[in-house]
Design a protein around this ligand. Structure first.
Ligand SMILES: [Zn+2]
Length: 281
């Protein structure tokens, strides 16, 4: 049976932003190669070793996912024994930045600076629910087909893509209803329709949509639709989604925008009060 959420699993986006800043700050010191290697792909640089290159950003074992919603994510009845702590327990994870070339890259497809990542170890199983809350290791990959100078000259884009990949991976870490590691091989249809991937992509697209809209409390249906159509991640995954996952993603993204509207309204009401009380404008 499929286990599906109707809104993105809550993750701590402020903590993720801190991790992104630490990586962007530290990255240049790891991209120093001989001058004539700086404009060749990273993987060609002398001194670059595929399996060795990388670092643990200097942020103390950051809590990358934190529950904050009062409502648990919705689950079909009777499908899983152990979901209560969806709102109770934070999950932390060690994060490592590594590099390899993007296996999905095509001649006319998008060229990413940071193309993906994975969660290592401690994947829960229905018979071993205890393992759901153990810390995991997250590894995120810089695209080694990019040159060191391209990376250094586009640290803002590196940061944005890192953030997008990290909220995807943080969702996997936080996903207490994790399914077994998928056996999808290279079949994109199987990969993109895997329930845990659907949940992680819901997060990623929802975030891109909310960012694009800017002020979610003013969002109209047309704006949301437009923002979805412009989402880089949505355009990548949409051709592979089956009809029910497509519907599910759109519903989850819609709910996330609604959630963001509530959060923003609360925040702006609070700000209004604070300004009134302090006289600061
Ligand atoms: Zn994933």
């Amino acid at each position: 049976m499929k286990i599906l959420a109707t809104r993105p699993i809550p993750v701590d986006k402020d903590a993720i932003r801190k991790v992104v800043s630490a990586i962007v700050r530290e990255l240049p010191s790891h991209l120093r190669f001989r001058p004539d290697d700086m404009d060749n792909p990273l993987w060609m640089a002398r001194g670059f070793q595929k399996d060795r290159w990388g670092f643990y950003p200097n942020v103390p074992d950051v809590l990358i996912s934190r529950p904050w919603l009062d409502e648990p994510i919705s689950l079909p009845e009777g499908s899983w024994p152990d979901t209560a702590d969806v709102r109770g327990v934070g999950v932390s994870a060690m994060l490592r930045l590594s590099a390899k070339s993007d296996p999905r890259a095509t001649p006319d497809g998008p060229r990413y600076y940071v193309f993906g990542g994975h969660v290592k170890g401690n994947v829960g199983t229905p018979t071993n629910p205890k393992r759901y809350v153990e810390p995991d290791n997250v590894e995120v990959f810089i695209n080694s087909s990019r040159t060191p100078n391209e990376l250094l000259g586009n640290l803002d884009k590196v940061g944005r893509e890192l953030y997008s990949v990290l909220i995807h991976e943080a969702t996997h870490v936080r996903d207490l209803v994790r399914t077994k590691p998928a056996q999808y091989g290279v079949d994109p249809k199987a990969y993109y329709n895997e329930p845990s991937e659907v949940r992680a992509f819901m997060q990623q697209v929802a975030d891109e949509v909310i960012e694009a809209i800017g002020a979610p409390e003013l969002a109209t249906g047309v704006m949301v639709t437009k923002a979805i159509q412009h989402s880089k991640t949505w355009n990548r995954i949409e051709p592979h989604l089956n009809a029910s996952n497509r519907r599910l993603l759109l519903r989850g993204i819609g709910t996330a925008v609604m959630d963001a509207r509530i959060v923003n309204r609360v925040a702006s009401a609070w700000l209004h009060d604070a300004r009134r009380l302090t006289g600061v404008r």
